[in-house]
Design a protein around this ligand. Structure first.
Ligand code: SAM
Length: 240
């Protein structure tokens, strides 16, 4: 099998491919542009109840996923010579960004460990070289939805998946800015017109309007992005 290889470790393998089995990602999955294998972590437990968790060291509520069970599961899908990055989904991780998504899409694939309960025994992180990744500053009930988010973002960038549909460098987060607002027909909607510049046919004016709007919305909504963008040199600000 060639193409981008995704392996997901989870106690809910039935959640995959889920939404990634339809639309562009689903077609790309069927045509072999990428492959997805969801592995049941419980298959690597040793007791008859297929236990994957235990009480937290030091006390406290909830349960923690055991490192020995996780290690066996990881080793089964990703042997030592596997060159694919291994991710652990966790709200403690570095936030996922579009440059990271692009980097993953340019590689051979990804191995994703989905946490449940209070998370995983921390020793597995270094022992198996896991990069801790968060999809945002909120807490989900499990890593599966986060893994679907990562894979959705990556798969749409694989060659041939989007065709001409990608909006390239102007898309939000591609050039460090949010995208300009979009409009389509009808020309008049509930008394509101499309901004006239967009129907003027003047491509230079349209480009300028879009850039101005992108700068405005980024400055208003995302001071963090705006600051990073403002710090860049002029040559770095306008790729393509
Ligand atoms: N006790 C953990 C903490 O405070 O950091 C939260 C555990 S959460 C209830 C269970 C699992 O959901 C985590 O192990 C992780 O795999 C996943 N998860 C929750 N929020 C996430 C996020 N923002 N990004 C990525 N994964 C997340």
């Amino acid at each position: 099998m060639t193409g981008f290889r995704a392996s997901v470790l989870t106690i809910y393998p039935e959640m995959f491919p889920g939404p990634l089995g339809i639309s562009l990602a689903g077609r790309a999955l069927q045509s072999g542009t990428w492959s997805l294998e969801a592995t049941q972590i419980r298959d690597f437990a040793t007791d008859k109840h297929r236990t994957v968790d235990d009480t937290p060291a030091g006390g406290g509520p909830g349960m923690v996923m055991r490192p020995d069970v996780l290690a066996r599961a990881i080793d089964a899908v990703s042997p030592a010579d596997d060159t694919r990055p291994r991710l652990l989904m966790t709200p403690r991780g570095r936030p996922l960004t579009q440059p990271r998504v692009r980097e993953l899409a340019g590689g051979p694939g990804v191995v994703i460990l989905c946490g449940r309960f209070e998370g995983v025994d921390h020793r597995i992180v270094e022992r198996r070289g896991l990069a801790e990744v968060s999809i945002g500053d909120y807490v989900l009930s499990g890593g599966e939805v986060a893994a679907l988010v990562v894979l959705d973002a990556v798969v749409r960038l694989l060659p041939g998946v989007m065709g001409n549909h990608t909006s390239g460098d102007t898309e939000s987060h591609e050039a460090g800015l949010l995208e300009h607002p979009q409009y389509t027909r009808p020309a008049l909607f509930e008394g509101e017109e499309i901004p006239p510049v967009l129907t003027s046919g003047d491509h230079a004016k349209v480009a300028l309007w879009r850039k101005t709007e992108a700068l405005k919305v980024t400055r208003e909504r995302r001071p963090d992005l705006w600051e990073a963008y403002s710090r860049r040199g002029p040559g770095e600000r306008d790729p393509g």
